[in-house]
Design a protein around this ligand. Structure first.
Ligand code: SAM
Length: 228
């Protein structure tokens, strides 16, 4: 199993509590880039993709870039995040690993800063490519190079908790959980190869020293691998 495994339990309750401070911390942690990277992800979605699943939609920060005349469904594990999402789209509570939709319900599944939180990445990809013809994501990656990996580790383990003390003092422990995400992440190149089992990647790139990856891929006609 590739994903957060049991450490998932430490990270998950965090999402329920974070809705209110969430974007403020995102802006600070990414030096103001968080929404620019969402817009870049939205630009990878083909204009003719009419039915879009925003998986891990949270308070709707990605959803707003996707609507643009399309039918969008927001899915999230956290009821509080869904409540904070005031956009006029259908909202569904559910998890990536067991999506409550029929096969091919969507043209594209989009995940902004959410795929890293999959409890089981293989099952999530099985499900995402079952319900959608293509998948686009921006998320927390792990740099391939040793120096960049060390710098990102120090950033997440030392600097982010300091930022949280300033900007989200009631949620410092939740932001410490980002370390678990980084520990569990596949290095970017490994992830790119892993994704190739489900998707023909049309784009895979990184941002922020490799701390962020972004991709768009179309479901392979015959997946090379299906999780048990
Ligand atoms: C960091 S937030 C991103 C929210 C939004 N997409 C954005 O761009 O700001 C991650 C969201 O994914 C949700 N999430 C994480 N893992 C999930 C899973 N396995 N199934 C469903 N939702 C999940 C969390 O509840 C949270 O709202």
């Amino acid at each position: 199993m590739t994903g957060l495994g049991d450490s998932w339990r430490k990270v998950y309750p965090a999402y329920d509590k974070l809705a209110e401070v969430y974007e403020r911390m995102n802006m600070a942690m990414t030096w103001g880039n968080v929404d620019r990277w969402r817009r870049q992800l939205a630009s990878l979605v083909p204009p003719n993709a009419a039915r879009v699943l925003d998986a891990g939609c949270g308070p709707g920060n990605m959803t707003k870039h996707l609507i643009n005349g399309r039918y969008v469904v927001g899915l999230d594990y956290s009821a509080d995040m869904l409540k904070a999402n005031k956009l006029d789209v259908d909202k569904v509570q559910g998890v990536f690993e067991t999506l409550p939709f029929r096969d091919d319900a969507f043209d594209v599944a989009v995940l902004a800063y959410a795929l890293h939180a999959a409890r089981d990445l293989g099952r999530a990809l099985d499900e995402l490519t079952r319900v959608a013809r293509s998948v686009a994501a921006v998320s927390v990656g792990k740099p391939d190079g040793r120096l960049a990996r060390l710098l990102v580790w120090l950033y997440v383990s030392r600097f982010v908790p300091l930022l949280a003390r300033l900007l989200a003092p009631r949620h410092v422990e939740e932001y410490r959980a980002l370390k678990e995400i980084l520990k569990a992440a596949l290095p970017n190149e490994g992830l790119r190869r892993y994704l190739g089992k489900w998707l023909d990647l049309e784009y895979f790139g990184t941002r922020g020293l490799g701390a962020i990856y972004m991709f768009y891929g179309v479901r392979r006609a015959t997946p090379r691998y299906k999780t048990a």
